[in-house]
Design a protein around this ligand. Structure first.
Ligand code: ACO
Length: 332
């Protein structure tokens, strides 16, 4: 038995905000943003929430897989920007899509969230607890961004992506090229001691007995250069470890589906792995950094445009606040 991605879906808000639009809000330019990040435009929600975007992505993933919400056994939403603290977003999604038989919960590993959710579901499914799962990354980061801070507001976008994964027997997983669909290796890690490099507050201690209760900032604060250094060192290291675990080299990989934060980070990772940049699909020019949603949205775009064939070997890799990081080798 193995766990296979049977369908993908995504949902983006309608409103496109270009770099030229951003230059009307803060002291920036299309040239600066493109050169430093690779981003040209992003989608910004005018009414969609994390749960409505997530639900739309899930419905599209189920349709893509030819499955019904009725049969879903597990829903994991990765998000760092839920509209409610209680109930969790996954339970809201369960209600919207009407999946009464699912267990549902959220995880927050920021931009590594989708990958951590996929790995969590995989581990559950390997115990025999569930036969399928909806894995979602959904974010409305626009509400966490300080729109007067040019160093962060130009980077992020809103959106959601989902994958429907199923336990299948070896015969169903067999691909024409001899490979077997499924997850070949997983590496994930965290460096909590460096968490201050990328943070966003919620509420500090607040009750009638609290003393010195300083409230944290509710906006994203990022030491961009620190995160950049972390990503360019940690991402190639964890991808190399995942490749070693799978017993393969970078040349055996068809596509590297990386978290879409910055084109320079992706180029640096490709260089360190000595892998051709053409194997690193990107969409950040159109959608910006959507944290946990970037990997599943990109996967869905590749899937729907026919750029993924059964038997293709992919590396999924994320990194972000925490600081968290991870890489998984999968066969599509
Ligand atoms: N427009 C124009 N100038 C700007 C802007 C802007 N939007 N933002 C910053 N600047 C200025 C700065 O003020 C600074 O000016 P100064 O030299 O006069 O002080 C100058 O540009 C250089 O700023 P740096 O921060 O050094 O720029 P850098 O080249 O490091 O690029 C960036 C910044 C794009 C943020 C980069 O550091 C980066 O991509 N870091 C990684 C971020 C990331 O990957 N985050 C992912 C995780 S997200 C998550 O988990 C939610």
């Amino acid at each position: 038995m193995t766990v296979k991605i049977s369908g993908t879906g995504s949902a983006l808000p309608e409103k496109t905000v270009t770099n030229f639009d951003m230059a009307k809000l803060v002291d920036t330019s299309d040239e600066w943003i493109r050169e430093r990040t690779g981003i040209a435009e992003r989608r910004i929600s005018t009414k969609d929430t994390v749960s409505t975007l997530a639900a739309k992505a899930c419905q599209a993933a189920l349709e893509n897989a030819g499955a019904s919400a009725e049969e879903v056994e597990l829903i994991i939403v990765a998000t760092c920007s839920p509209e409610l603290l209680l109930p969790c977003c996954a339970c809201q999604v369960q209600s919207i899509i009407d999946a009464p038989h699912a267990a549902a919960f959220d995880i927050n590993a920021a931009c590594s969230g989708f990958l951590f959710a996929l790995n969590t579901a995989y581990a559950y499914m390997n115990t025999g607890l569930y036969k399928n799962a909806l894995i979602v990354g959904s974010e409305v980061l626009s509400k966490l961004v300080d729109w007067s801070d040019r160093s962060t507001c130009v980077l992020f976008g809103d959106g959601a992506g989902a994958a429907y994964i199923q336990m299948v027997d070896d015969k169903d997983a067999q691909c024409e090229n001899g490979r077997r669909s499924g997850i070949e290796s997983i590496v994930q890690g965290s460096d909590g001691a460096r968490g201050a490099a990328l943070s966003c507050g919620e509420r500090g201690v607040s009750n009638p007995f609290a003393v010195d209760s300083e409230q944290p900032s509710k906006y994203i604060h990022m030491d961009g250069q620190e995160v950049y250094k972390f990503a360019t060192r940690q991402v190639p290291a964890c991808i190399s470890e995942a490749l070693d675990k799978a017993g393969i080299g970078a040349s055996d990989v068809d596509k590297f589906v990386l978290h879409q934060a910055n084109v320079r980070i992706i180029e640096s990772v490709a260089k360190r792995l000595k892998a051709d940049i053409s194997k690193f699909p990107m969409n950040l020019d159109r959608v910006g950094n959507m944290s946990s949603a970037t990997i599943p949205v990109l996967l869905d775009e590749l899937n729907r445009s026919g750029q993924l064939k059964r038997g293709d070997r992919l590396v999924l890799s994320g990194f972000g606040a925490g600081l968290t990081y991870g890489a998984s080798v999968i066969v599509w």
